[in-house]
Structures are given as C-alpha cells and as structure tokens.
Design a binder for this molecule. Structure first.
Ligand code: ADP
Ligand code: ADP
Ligand code: ZN
Ligand code: ZN
Length: 759
C-alpha cells in the first residue's frame, strides 16, 4: 500500500557487501522516507542488517562528526562488516529493551507528563505548596520524608528474619550476613547479653526487645575479637542501617536476593503511596491532589483534565492532554502515570518510547523498530500501524522488523531475509511490494497465502487446575478452572490481566507451575549454549585427552582465558547515561582464549573453532552420544543455528524462552506457562513452535500460553479470554471454551478477530 507518491529526494540507503554475523555479502537499497518491513524466519539475519549494520553505522558516523575532543569521550563503535553503508540519516532504535530506570522512574516521568502536572499544581493548586520542585517526588523539597519519595517502604519481616525456635548458636538469625561465626553474629551471640543456647522464643520480653531493637548503651563485656567498643545496636536496627537504608537498588545481586527473603514491602504509611510530603499532597485542584491524578488510568485522567474548569490553566492542561492522548492513542490508556517503568512489559516499553518520539518535530530520521506488535491484541494493531505511518509521514524513514501479517500489510517496501536461519540464511530472498510478496515463493509469501484453519479435534482435559478469587492488579475476584493435559491459550487485549492471572497468580496458588519466560533469569551472562547444555566439560575432556594438557586450559572461564578480556572475547566500556559499548578484544580476536589453548586441535579444530560451530554442525562433528543428545535438544526447539559459543546475552527474548524449554524437553507431568512464545518467530517458525508445544502436551504436560497470535489460538485445545477491556475495565474472564466455541462468543474482541481472520 504505497501512499506516498514518490521516494523523497535523497533516494536510498545503500548497503554493499554486508557480512555482519551470518550475512552473505549482501547488497540492498532501502527507500528513504518510506516504511520498510524486514521479514524472514527467525535467525535469518534481519537484525544483522537493521541493527548490527544500519543502526551501528549510523551511530558511528554520527560520532565521527564530532570534534575529536568530544569523540574521545564517546563510545567507539566498530565499523560494521560491510563495504558500503551510505546515505544514512540519524538512526533511532526503538526496541523492547525495558526502559529500565529504577523505582523513581514512572510512566509519568518518562513521558514528561509528570513535570507538566507539577507546573499545573505549582500555579493552580490550593493551598499552594510553592514552585514545581515541591511536587517532585525525586526532589528533597517534594518527597515524602518517610519513604524518600518511593511511595513504598521495605521493612523487616520478623517472622522471616528470626527463627524463634532456634537459639543464636543454632542460627536463629536467618540472614547470611548474621550466620553463625560471622562478625555480626558475634555482636549478639558473644556479647554476654543473651544466652546463646536459649531458643529466642524463650527469651524474656525485655531480652527479646533488646536483641531486636536495643540501643543507647554500651556493652562492657567485649566479644572474642573485642568487637564491642561501640554502642550496642539491635539486630533490626543494624539490619535496617546496613541493608535497607540506601535502598535495595544499592545492594549487589546476591545481597539483594538474600534481603528480599526477610523483608516485606508495602505502601508507605505516611504518604500512602503518594510519594510526596504532606504540603504537596494537601494542595488540590478540583478536589484532586497530584498523587490522586497520577493514580488514575490515563484514560480517566484525560476525562478529569478535560472537565477542569480552570480558564487560566488552559495552555498547561492542553499540553498535558495532548501528551496523554498520544499514550492513549497507542493503546496504553490503561496505564497509570505512577506505574514504575521497571514493571512494564517489553511491548509496553517499546510503545511508550515511540510516544516520546511522536511528540518531537524532528524529521529526516531513521526509526528502527524491533517487532513492535509484541503484546498487542489483533484488535489494536491498527493503532500501531497509524503510529508507524505518522512517523513516516513526518518525513522519516521507518524500518520495522516484523512478522505480523497486519503490520506487513502497511509496508511500502518489504525485504525478506532467508532462506533459512544462521548459516542457512543471510541472503536477501525478496525485495518489493506486499502485493508482489504474496506471489513470491518465499517462506513469508507462502505463509501469507495459507492461513491455517481450526483444528479438527481438541484434546480432552485430564483434570483441572483451579484458580480461586484472584484479585491481584486489575483482577476482579477471578475464579477459573484451567484444564490440565491440554494446550490452553489465554487471550485478551493488552492490559486485560492475562499475565497477572497466569504468570503471577497461578504460580502462587500452584507452586509447581513452571514459568518459561523470556527474561534472562536463570541464564548466566557468561554462559553460551555449550555451557548451558552442559557439554563444555566433556568437550574439554576430549581436548585434554588428545593434547595431554589440563582440561582447564580449554576453559575460557579459567586457565584458558585470554588475559586481556578475561575470556569474554569482548571489552565492555560503561558510559554514564549511555548504553554500554562492547568491542571485540584485540588480543584474542574475539576467540576468548589465550594463544596456548589454541595450539591444540581435535580433528583439526581448535577449541575456538568448535565454539564457532553451529549446534547443527556440531551434531555432525561429535560422535559422543551424551554430547549429541544434549546438542539435539537445541535443534529440536529450532535453535540449531546458534553457535556453541554465542553469548546467551545476544539471544532475543523468544530465543531465550525456547532455550529454557529445550532443557526441559524430556520431562513430564509439569505445568508450563509461556508468555507470548511467538515473539521473534516467523509464521513458519510458529508452526514449529506449535509442534514443540504439542510434544510437551502429548508427553503428559500441561501448557498454558499467553498469546495474541491467532495461529496459536486456533491450534489450542482450550481458550480463556480476558477482558472485556484493559486495566480497570478488564480483569474478568469473558470466555472459556474450545476455539470452535469461541467463534460464536459474544462480547469478545478475540472472537471477532478470529472470525475475521478465517474469512
Ligand atoms: P533475525 O533477526 O532474522 O532473527 P539475526 O540477525 O539476529 O536474525 O541473526 C542471524 C544469525 O546471526 C543467527 O545465526 C544468529 O545466531 C547470529 N548472531 C546474531 N547476533 C550475533 C552475535 N552478536 N554474535 C554471533 N552471532 C550472532
Ligand atoms: P496483560 O497481560 O493482559 O497485558 P497485565 O496482567 O500485564 O495484562 O495487566 C493487567 C493490569 O494490571 C493492567 O492495568 C496493568 O497496568 C496492571 N499491572 C500489571 N503489572 C503491574 C504491576 N507490576 N504493578 C501495577 N500494576 C500492574
Ligand atoms: Zn511516603
Ligand atoms: Zn581477549
């Protein structure tokens, strides 16, 4: 659908002989001022073109344009492996990486709507609290003193911290920093104040109080190391000062995890979650404090502000409203401004980032999107499309990596990568319009022509998994029976409560439930497929045997590590305010190994050569059954194109999720919950994923997926549809039944979209 008459002057972004990652010397012309969609199976090289070549080169050229004294302070981007990358404009990458930030970053602060409300209250709030910093929870002048503007307080959970049945010697203080023998344990156990062998529950009330909260006196009998020269400090006081005062964010990961076991978090009693001090909270407009307004869903806030009768405030209100309408327009009207950005999903983060750019009047930029339809219900994809078209019509070039048929439809130009993944891909298999693509003999062309129909037979459940009276977030006392032994899809518009129900509440009510999400939890950042699959040890042993060297020499995590990069293969530079930049280690050329390790070979391959093999190739190289069985797991989940040494940190969310599934492929009797497993998957990959899920179910597992993809909905045995709308207007189950029954359901957006898709 080409809505622009001609390509803007300036013509094309030109790429010549690109070889980044798996790209095979490809050359491309991408029309500027147009919307180009990059399609192709997962792992075919879309990101290698768009992110690793175009975006990186644009950033590099931008940095080169600065005078050298500034340039020296900027990250040094490596030139991508391509002979020509020409005619670029400044690239802005809008990806799904969480917007991050900390608890002080909210939807209101990141969209710059909160500052506008602050100005509104500083000028028009009654009684007036003063200038706008007095309404900022990130400013000492505005923040609630009790929670320092966080709205929540974290307090010691005494039941968790103290095991009353035990004595100090038996480890009554259940925190690693106070474990028996530690310095902090001596402060109590060897103070002479308490009987270290008496269970805490048998302490006198006064002693118990002294142990936990005592202060204001010195201890005369010093402990073994003379530890008590200072004032006595009860366990809770000491714990608060050492571990809670500076906020959990200031702790390292291990400490933080330990602290989380013994504290509970709740709304701050002083500001009741409003984050601001009393002066700021007393100041009102039409009966609302600024905290009241930020607790409203964006759509409700729009109504309140529209109804304000405050002529003098008109320009400020108008400015807040236009920003709020942009948030609502992209389907995020169910968010509240006080929502902390770290709790947003990837799709929500990406859409919010886009909203920020829509407000700007810059033109002639290149916007690059990574699967923006993630998390969006088919009903709302048109809103995303409008947004992409609006960016293009402002005179920008829009590049989108996307699999969704409905997004593909609006492309002015399509580039398809393929034909396969990894070494089987890396070529441009199609360039042209959507109409031409529909006739093309490529994976995407075929998938566009053949929409799968409903399944003929649905599996019979073996039992049920009851969820009772779920009330978390927006859920309205939801009770639902999820069938076991079948594939269930949970559907509903974004924000309706799908993940709250099955990813948060279900595992609480049924602790055995396994959440297979896309996060990097459980995957060490130094790991690679070889270590994740536990094949590194046997491979090292083989090298040790043929070389007569210690196995450790073949480990990039120990003796074999390149000393320059400590076995990482890359050097990472952290930069304030910018994403860290990684560059290939010059000493080892990225191999991670010291030269001595590379002097030895196994069938002519060094250990670095082995790690550079794809899993599929490694299956042909190794003969050891155990190693092969483990490698085969990766191929079975469609990740055979990953090399044994590819850092797992470079995997996409969808790839990470399938990696986690791979390691569980041969288990049975489990309940798996997957959040949008089709992320990053081409329509043809989705069919492979479904085959994998079928295998899990047929092996006696229960699989529950949260999905928007209608191919998945049609293929499931049971559907639970949440809604009817998002946020406050959602949180209910609007339909339960088979996909065939769903087609006839009333009041379900999913039913309508499914029917339309089958036409
Ligand atoms: P797509 O975006 O089409 O899913 P990618 O461009 O991400 O595909 O990947 C193409 C190939 O390059 C895959 O085999 C992938 O595993 C590999 N690859 C991607 N990033 C890296 C990296 N940082 N290091 C090594 N290989 C990579
Ligand atoms: P879905 O999975 O259907 O997109 P969610 O379960 O993520 O919906 O969200 C349901 C509602 O709960 C939405 O109003 C959302 O804003 C809210 N919500 C989700 N996560 C959180 C959270 N961590 N804190 C506060 N509200 C949340
Ligand atoms: Zn407070
Ligand atoms: Zn190195």
């Amino acid at each position: 659908m080409s809505t622009r008459g001609e390509v803007r002057s300036g013509g094309y972004i030109t790429i010549g002989n690109a070889r980044e990652n798996n790209l095979r010397n490809i050359s491309l012309r991408i029309p500027k001022g147009r919307l180009t969609v990059f399609a192709g199976v997962s792992g075919s090289g879309k990101s290698s073109v768009v992110f690793d070549t175009i975006a990186v080169e644009s950033q590099r050229q931008l940095n080169e344009s600065f005078p050298s004294f500034i340039r020296n302070r900027l990250p040094r981007y490596e030139r991508p492996d391509a002979e020509v990358v020409a005619n670029l404009s400044t690239a802005i990458v809008v990806d799904q990486r969480p917007v991050g930030g900390n608890s002080r970053s909210t939807v209101g602060t990141m969209t710059d709507i909160h500052p506008v409300l602050r100005v509104l209250f500083s000028r028009h709030g009654k009684p007036t609290a003063g200038e706008s910093t007095k309404f900022s929870f990130n400013d000492p002048q505005g923040m609630c003193p009790a929670c320092e503007g966080l709205g929540r307080t974290v307090r010691v959970d005494l039941d968790a911290l103290i095991d009353e049945d035990k004595s100090l010697n038996e480890g009554a203080i259940r925190f690693p920093g106070f474990a028996k023998g530690t310095f902090q344990w001596q402060l109590y156990a060897e103070s002479g104040l308490f009987d270290p062998d008496l269970p805490v529950k048998r302490f006198s009330a006064a002693d118990r109080e002294k142990l936990l909260h005592g202060s204001g006196f010195k201890v005369d009998r010093a402990g073994r190391n003379g530890v008590y020269k200072n004032e006595y400090e009860g366990v809770v006081l000491r714990f608060n000062r050492r571990y809670l005062k500076k906020g959990l964010d200031s702790l390292n990961e291990r400490e933080r995890a330990a602290v989380e076991q013994v504290v509970h978090e709740g709304p701050c009693p002083e500001c009741r979650g409003g984050r601001l001090n009393q002066a700021a909270l007393r100041s009102k407009i039409a009966g609302h404090s600024i905290a009241d307004l930020t607790a409203l869903e964006v759509d409700e806030l729009i109504d309140v502000l529209t109804g304000l009768d405050l002529p003098a405030a008109k320009p400020i209100v108008a400015s807040a409203l236009s920003a709020l309408r942009r948030v609502s327009g992209i389907g995020l009207g169910y968010l509240t401004l006080d929502r902390e950005t770290p709790t947003l999903s990837g799709g929500e983060s990406q859409r919010l980032k886009t909203v920020r750019h829509l407000g700007s009047s810059l033109t002639d930029l290149t916007f690059i999107f990574d699967e923006p339809s993630v998390g969006l219900h088919p009903r709302d994809v048109h809103r995303l499309n409008d947004l992409l078209i609006a960016l293009r019509d402002k005179g920008n070039t829009v590049l989108v990596v996307e699999h969704d048929r409905d997004v593909l439809r609006i492309a002015d130009h399509v580039v398809e990568m393929g034909p396969g993944a990894g070494t089987e891909g890396g070529e441009v298999v199609f360039e042209g319009t959507v109409a031409q693509l529909r006739r093309a003999a490529t994976a995407t062309g075929r998938a566009l022509r053949s929409v799968p129909g409903l399944k003929e037979r649905f599996r019979e459940p073996t039992g049920t998994l009851p969820v009772r009276k779920a009330k978390l977030h927006n859920l309205k006392e939801v009770s639902v029976d999820l069938p076991t032994g079948v594939l269930t899809t949970v559907t509903g518009v974004a924000g309706s409560g799908k993940s709250t129900l099955v990813a948060r509440v279900l595992p609480r009510q049924h602790p055995g439930v396994v959440l297979v999400d896309q996060s990097s939890t459980g995957i060490s950042l130094r790991s690679v497929p070889a270590t994740y699959l536990d094949v590194m040890d046997p491979i090292r042993a083989m090298f040790a045997e043929v070389s007569g060297q210690e196995a450790g020499l073949f480990s990039f995590n120990s003796a074999g590590a390149c000393p320059s990069c400590k076995g990482r293969g890359v050097i990472q530079t952290d930069l304030a305010y910018l994403d860290p930049v990684t560059t290939t280690c010059e000493a080892c050329g990225g191999s991670r190994y010291r030269p001595e390790a590379l002097e030895h070979t196994l069938d002519d391959h060094t250990i670095a050569d082995v790690l550079a093999m794809t899993t599929d190739d490694a299956l042909g190289f190794f003969t050891d059954d155990n190693v092969r069985a483990r490698l085969a797991l990766l191929s079975e989940v469609g990740l055979g194109y990953l090399t044994l040494g590819q850092p797992l940190s470079t995997l996409s969310g969808g790839e990470r999720q399938r990696l986690k599934l791979a390691s569980r492929l041969h288990e049975t009797g489990n309940v798996y919950v997957l959040d949008e497993p089709t992320t990053g998957l081409h329509m043809s990959d989705t069919r492979r994923l479904l085959a994998l899920l079928d295998r899990l179910v047929d092996a006696g597992n229960t699989v529950v997926v949260i999905e928007h993809d209608l191919d998945v909905v049609r293929h499931s045995d049971w559907v639970v549809d949440m809604g009817p709308e998002a946020g406050r207007h959602g949180g209910q189950v609007v339909f339960e039944g088979t996909p065939a029954e769903l087609l006839g359901a009333k009041g379900s957006h999913t039913a309508r979209c499914l029917a339309a898709d089958l036409e």
